[in-house]
Design a protein around this ligand. Structure first.
Ligand code: GLP
Length: 236
């Protein structure tokens, strides 16, 4: 594991974007695993800038996102599909048809999970997976559990996650209680994993996840077993 501590969010965002852009330059038709939440916003802003400057070309890239709320469709501005379109995809030259987010409105979510895993497999797996981390140690929406869950699956969100994500909604009551998330299999099989975390409030969970025991009670701790993991942390 490479654990990089940086001065501030700007530096974190620049470094993370550089790692992702280097991946695209090295393999223009790569498969990027992408994440939502507030942490990647600066990274995406840097990627957009690099694309506008002509330094990186996303036209051959395919993306697979980690997760989606159950019941929110593309028109809902809190859906992760909407987030990705507005914060990244519409501002870079990726082909929108090659961007994938699990469908949280599918009639059969178990089947949607199977289809999503089959898609990732058919693409040949993920070259680089970007992750944030929740205050309870979740990655994607893999919440603390008794076991690490492998496949893409539906989850009940933890109270702490609902509270943490309420800042994006009008009220806590509006936060969906369920989500569909890529499981640990596709994440751990990604060739490279890049996790970004910022803020004093993430310090404790980052320490637990990367310097504590590996346990499904701290889902991100499984990443300690990944052969090519980079963590970038900024206290500010
Ligand atoms: C959400 C997402 C995660 C994200 C986490 C942290 O729950 N499903 O992928 O990592 O929030 O969000 P933030 O970066 O806003 O702290």
């Amino acid at each position: 594991m490479k654990f990089i501590v940086v001065e501030n969010y700007e530096e974190l965002s620049r470094k993370a974007s550089n790692i992702i852009c280097a991946q695209v330059v090295n393999k223009p038709n790569c498969i990027l695993g992408l994440a939502t939440g507030s942490s990647p916003l600066g990274t995406y802003a840097n990627m957009i800038q690099n694309c506008k400057n002509g330094d990186v070309d996303f036209s051959g890239v395919t993306s697979v996102n980690l997760d989606e709320y159950v019941g929110l469709d593309i028109t809902n501005d809190q859906s992760y599909r909407y987030f990705m379109n507005t914060n990244l995809f519409e501002s870079i030259n990726i082909d929108i048809n090659n961007t994938h987010v699990p469908n949280g409105c599918a009639d059969d979510l178990a089947e949607e999970g199977e289809k999503y895993d089959a898609l990732i497999e058919a693409l040949g797996g993920i070259d680089l997976q970007l992750l944030g981390i929740g205050l309870d140690g979740h990655i994607g929406f893999n919440e603390p559990d008794d076991v690490f869950v492998g496949p893409t699956h539906m989850v009940d969100l933890d109270e702490s996650t609902i509270k943490a994500n309420a800042r994006f909604f009008e009220s806590e009551a509006d936060v969906p209680r369920k989500a569909i998330t890529m499981g640990m299999k596709s994440i751990m099989q990604a060739k490279k994993v890049l996790l970004i975390a910022n803020g004093k409030n993430k310090e404790e969970i980052v320490n637990k996840a990367f310097f504590g025991p590996i346990t499904p009670k701290v889902p991100a701790s499984i990443l300690q077993l990944h052969p090519d993991l980079t963590v970038i942390y900024s206290k500010n």
